[in-house]
Design a protein around this ligand. Structure first.
Ligand SMILES: NC(=O)CCC(=O)C(=O)O
Length: 303
């Protein structure tokens, strides 16, 4: 992994798949996700949108809900620093994601899946693949979604918390990963930005109560706080499902402008990630060099 100061940042194309048709049948979900990755890889109407990096949403292979995660969980058995052959993975999802990344020759952030760890605990896990199909990064959701807004939404987290926050050095940028509720914790994004990430990508699935109020607000806040590109990729809304996702997958630039997005249906959002916008934001409003850790030393501890 390169150091923060030497990280490359080149223009690249990003595609977010706002996946629909997430059913109770996992093989059907995997097949549909694969079809949509192939579609996204072909690019949109404009050939200039052909993506270098494709993203799937949070929990793309299972219905969303703490009662479903133990049923759909798969072992991944990835140990950082040790060789890992995705084609021989015990996870059906990992094998599919690796194969489709290789087939299309694009980088792939495989949304997230319920994972059963070697410790027999459940995790909500993102896996990332190179265009050769290698598993290059794994992120386990750090902050678990556990809220109670009376009369609106109550969601109890099932898996125990896990720490990770791995970043992925793709050839064009350093990309920081989080999952959904992680966006509410500015510290995680700040740490990744200060480790040199220029782009933060969080698969997510907000709901119809907090989505309209906070989904865009939080992404624009994290983008402006850190002067980075920020993107979240949601499942499409399915009112017949137990959990109603907000949708609205979007990409925000380092000035806080929403540069691409969609509404609630299945769709593919294409965006051009432009390092010039990143450099201009940091040159024009130089907060990244103006921080006063002498005044707030507790925040700098450990970073
Ligand atoms: N999947 C999640 O973590 C949902 C988070 C959410 O909806 C929120 O309001 O936060």
């Amino acid at each position: 992994m390169s150091s923060a100061s030497s990280t490359t940042f080149r223009p690249f194309n990003l595609a977010l798949i706002q996946l629909g048709q997430i059913t109770a049948d996992k093989p059907t979900n995997l097949q549909h996700a694969r079809t949509m990755v192939l579609k996204a890889a072909a690019g949109g109407d404009d050939p200039k949108t052909k993506p270098d990096l494709i993203v799937l949403p949070e929990v793309f292979n299972s219905p969303y809900g703490a009662q479903h995660f133990p049923v759909y969980a798969e072992p991944v058995d990835f140990v950082p620093g040790q060789p890992y052959d995705p084609a021989a993975s015990p996870s059906d999802s990992v094998r599919m994601l690796s194969a489709v990344a290789k087939e299309t020759g694009v980088w792939l952030i495989g949304g997230s899946i319920p994972e059963r760890g070697a410790d027999n605990k459940l995790y909500n896990t993102t896996t990332v693949y190179s265009p050769q199909g290698e598993l290059v990064a794994v992120h386990r959701k750090v902050h678990l979604f556990d809220i109670d807004i009376p009369g609106k939404i109550t969601f109890k987290a099932c898996p125990p918390p896990a720490l990770s926050g791995l970043t992925d050095d793709a050839h064009f940028a350093r990309i920081g990963l989080g999952i959904c509720y992680d966006v509410r914790f500015p510290e995680l994004a700040a740490i990744n930005a200060r480790q040199g990430c220029q782009v933060l990508i969080y698969p997510g699935a907000f709901n119809l109560t907090t989505g309209p109020l906070h989904w865009e607000l939080l992404q624009r806040a994290r983008a402006v706080d850190n002067q980075v590109y920020f993107a979240m990729c949601s499942p499409a809304r399915d009112l017949t499902a137990g959990y109603h996702a907000w949708g609205h997958s979007m990409v925000v630039d380092p000035m806080g402008k929403v540069v691409a997005g969609t509404t609630q249906d299945e769709d593919i959002v294409y965006a051009r990630i432009d390092p010039q916008t990143f450099h201009d934001a940091r040159a024009g409003i130089p907060v990244t060099t103006q921080r006063r850790f002498d005044v707030y030393p507790d925040v700098s501890a450990g970073l």
